[in-house]
Design a protein around this ligand. Structure first.
Ligand SMILES: [Zn+2]
Length: 255
């Protein structure tokens, strides 16, 4: 069995895990999973992420407002996030960004909340977890004004977009989508990502890889993405695990 798997993006606070969360998490290491970063999407899920990070040795957490929830922020949300970010388990700000696929009508609010959180990340010197969907140009336009490290999570753009994010210093997060037969763009992207910028993630409970597509995802399924990436790169699965764990620990400053 391969050990040392680093899941750089998970949502174990999701209600999909309410019946078996603790047991599932306690058993992750039996499947070789050694690090999980649990991601906040609003105040409630950010708090839940911090708690998971306190409770489980292999967990770290991020806090932030996802673009879907940008419209719900209160006046003092940046102060609250800053306070939460002082917790030991918090390794970054996220997930933050722009999503014009579902939230096209809230573009101005999304941009404002995104920029405010980027400023916070710059102030507290933590990396960012970026959600960017159908919003490539605006994402790049905004990010280029900041000197930050981070990951473009659940990367869904093409090879040219990948190069732009790489040039800005970002990592690329690859989900189980890479195992889907029709995911030609992502497979091509994976063959070209500089290996020191590659991260793997479940985005669980979503994005289960083949053969679990459509079902509830968890970190034990990452092995299917790992094997696919190894095949595309012509390296071993162990190498994929070692490189992505090294990248994740360096980016999020996890020992
Ligand atoms: Zn997510």
């Amino acid at each position: 069995m391969i050990r040392g798997i680093f899941d750089s993006h998970a949502h174990y606070d999701d209600k999909a895990f309410s019946l078996d969360r603790d047991q599932l998490i306690e058993n992750l290491s039996l499947s070789g999973v050694e690090n999980v970063v649990n991601i906040g999407c609003d105040l409630k899920t950010s708090k839940a992420s911090v708690l998971l990070g306190k409770k489980h040795k292999i967990f770290s957490s991020t806090v932030g407002f996802h673009p879907h929830y940008a419209k719900d922020v209160d006046g003092d949300y940046i102060d609250i996030l800053e306070e939460m970010s002082t917790e030991e388990s918090v390794v970054g700000i996220g997930e933050i960004g722009l999503d014009y696929h579902y939230g096209g009508e809230n573009r101005d609010i999304q941009k404002r909340v995104f920029i405010n959180q980027l400023k916070l990340a710059e102030k507290i010197k933590k990396p960012v977890v970026i959600h960017s969907r159908d919003a490539l140009d605006d994402s790049i336009e905004i990010l280029k004004n900041f000197d930050l490290e981070g990951v473009i999570h659940c990367f869904g753009y093409d090879f040219l977009a990948m190069e732009k994010f790489i040039d800005m210093g970002y990592h690329i997060g690859i989900t189980g989508v890479v195992t889907f037969k029709n995911a030609r763009d992502i497979k091509l992207v994976v063959t070209k990502i500089p290996l020191d910028r590659l991260l793997i993630e479940t985005d669980c409970p979503y994005m289960a890889p083949t053969p679990f597509r459509g079902g509830r995802c968890d970190s034990t399924m990452l092995i299917h993405s790992i094997e696919e990436i190894a095949g595309l790169r012509g390296i071993s699965s162990e190498e994929v695990v070692d490189i992505t764990a090294k990248n994740g620990k360096k980016l999020f400053k996890i020992k």
